[in-house]
Write a protein that binds this ligand. Structure first.
Ligand code: ATP
Length: 507
């Protein structure tokens, strides 16, 4: 794995995986653009998730809901009221921080003094301290100054404003008339699009419990402090499943999904020992959650941080968005809904009673997955000749380029046209991108393809076209295949190449 975030960032820029957003105008904080190789890696990762969850199971349907979202969706979901992070400013440095992030950077003695000043026991969690500070903002400002809370930017004690909640949703005007009601939101999670389509999907597919709906798409959060490369950004993608189950079976399904998801990460090259499962403490749970497991990957520089949350959302969401709440014995605490036109419930086949399903939600970030996969694959090797090589040991199904076809002589028409034909034939096999590579010498090409994780380089030379130096034609229609990980080279007959590659590109 990579040792530092910097070496990853540098590789990503150098080889065209990821660039800072709006770079030529000074950048737009919290946005990144995926370059030629980044888009391939990201697409491959999303395809692997879709394949595992939609195609290889028979209990999950796909969906692609709109990003622009009616404000009532996010009112009844609870996001208008509670989807906020605590914010605090330092009046001296003019720096702005997320309160919990700021507190994480403080020495234990500072936190102790702060807890004491707020009337808390010192062994209370950080979350408890944050909510106490938010509950009494004036007192909090004073306490933060007397406890000498440090500004991480300059290491000096700050003059802190009272902390306040900051809603992270991007509000946007919809339509040409800017009146009071003409706004909506960019969705802060893809999940809500699934809940509000529950009845549509049910009616269209005649599904019975348990079943799920899967969606991959963009989500937007106005993060107070986007940071750590693509780990925390304002525009990102999520891969979410809402898996609907009968109340009472939810805890068992929650455990099953935990195992299923860990196995999926392993298949993407992330071994279990690199993931810590956090059983999120009660006081840290989101407003909708009964229980949540966070999967924390051991990132370089950052340490263990969340890549996926697997939440038991109870009957909160369907219960919030359904009409006729009163008859449905909803267990979660939901807002009274006066607007919904759909009954988001199912009928028990035996008792004929209507009830609201519980939901288990595995929710993974695509960008964090890209970062984790890149980080895990990044390998520095000392070679026998004393040189060092960087190689991305990506699982073949994730590699941006599967095979590079390299003509050994760039100005020998017979060789280049043979290589181009071979490229087209391999491309037609459908396992992903095959690149015709004729830049630089062969050594440089190998090194570049090691660095971007191309599993195989195929070289077309004089032997291939039947023009060996010794005049023999025994190697005609054979090519050299070089393996990324072992660097071994093998001579393979061109007519056996498709089978050879197909077998080895399965991961
Ligand atoms: P965090 O605590 O890190 O802000 P979260 O718990 O708010 O994350 P969820 O609401 O559970 O995140 O979202 C599910 C997944 O979406 C996360 O596990 C993460 O992979 C991804 N995600 C959330 N916020 C961001 C972000 N700002 N940038 C990139 N990915 C994100």
């Amino acid at each position: 794995p990579a040792e530092t975030m910097e070496e990853l960032v540098s590789l990503c820029k150098r080889r065209g995986f990821i660039f800072p957003g709006s770079d030529i105008y000074g950048g737009l904080q919290g946005t990144y653009d995926y370059g030629p190789l980044g888009v391939e890696l990201k697409n491959n990762l999303k395809a692997a998730w879709w394949r595992a969850n939609v195609y290889e199971r028979d209990d999950i349907e796909g969906l692609d809901a709109s990003i622009l979202t009616h404000r009532l969706v996010l009112f009844y979901s609870g996001h208008e009221a509670t989807f906020s992070d605590p914010l605090v400013d330092n009046r001296i440095s003019k720096k702005r921080y997320r309160l919990d992030h700021l507190l994480k950077e403080q020495k234990p003695s500072v936190l102790q003094a702060l807890s004491q000043a707020m009337g808390l026991h010192q062994e209370e969690s950080l979350a408890a301290l944050v909510s106490r500070l938010l509950a009494e903002p004036e007192k909090a400002a004073l306490a933060m100054s007397t406890a000498q809370v440090i500004d991480p930017a300059d290491g000096a004690p700050g003059d802190w404003t009272p902390p306040r909640p900051f809603n992270m949703m991007f509000k946007t005007q919809i339509g040409p008339v800017a009146d009071e009601d003409s706004y909506g939101y960019l969705r802060p999670e893809t999940a809500q699009g699934i809940f509000i389509n529950f009845k549509n999907v049910l009616d269209a597919t005649s599904r019975r419990l348990p079943f799920g709906i899967a969606q991959i798409g963009k989500a937007f959060r106005n993060e107070i402090t986007p940071r750590n490369f693509i780990f925390r950004v304002r525009e990102f993608e999520q891969m979410e499943i809402e898996y609907f189950v009968k109340p009472g079976t939810d805890e068992e399904w929650h455990q099953r999904w935990l195992e299923t998801r860990l196995a999926w990460w392993e298949a993407q090259g992330i071994p279990r020992e690199q993931i810590r499962v956090l059983d999120v403490p009660k006081e840290d749970l989101s407003h909708y959650s009964k229980r949540t497991f966070d999967l924390m990957y051991n990132f370089p520089t950052l340490g263990f941080e969340e890549i996926e949350g697997i939440a038991n959302r109870s009957d909160y969401d369907l219960g919030s968005h359904t009409k006729g709440q009163a008859e449905l014995k909803i267990q979660a605490r939901v807002l009274e809904n006066h607007h919904s036109t759909a009954k988001l419930a199912v009928q028990d086949p035996e008792t004929k009673e209507w009830f609201v399903p519980f939901v288990i939600e595995p929710s993974a970030g695509v960008d964090r997955a890209v970062l984790a996969v890149l980080s895990q694959a990044y390998t520095k090797e000392k070679l026998e000749n004393g040189e060092e090589r960087i190689v991305l040991k990506l699982k073949p199904h994730l590699a941006p380029i599967k095979v590079a076809v390299i003509p050994l002589a760039k100005n020998k028409e017979e060789i280049t046209s043979y290589a181009r034909r071979l490229k087209a034939d391999l491309q037609a096999l459908g396992f992903g991108r095959v690149l015709y590579e004729d830049t630089g010498n062969i050594g440089k090409a190998y090194r570049r393809h090691d660095e971007v994780g191309t599993p195989f380089c195929v070289t077309v030379d004089y032997d291939t076209i039947g023009k060996s130096q010794d005049g023999s034609t025994t190697l005609q229609d054979t090519v050299t295949v070089r393996d990324r990980d072992t660097m071994q080279q093998e001579r393979v007959a061109v007519k056996e190449l498709p089978q050879y590659l197909l077998e080895r590109l399965k991961s």
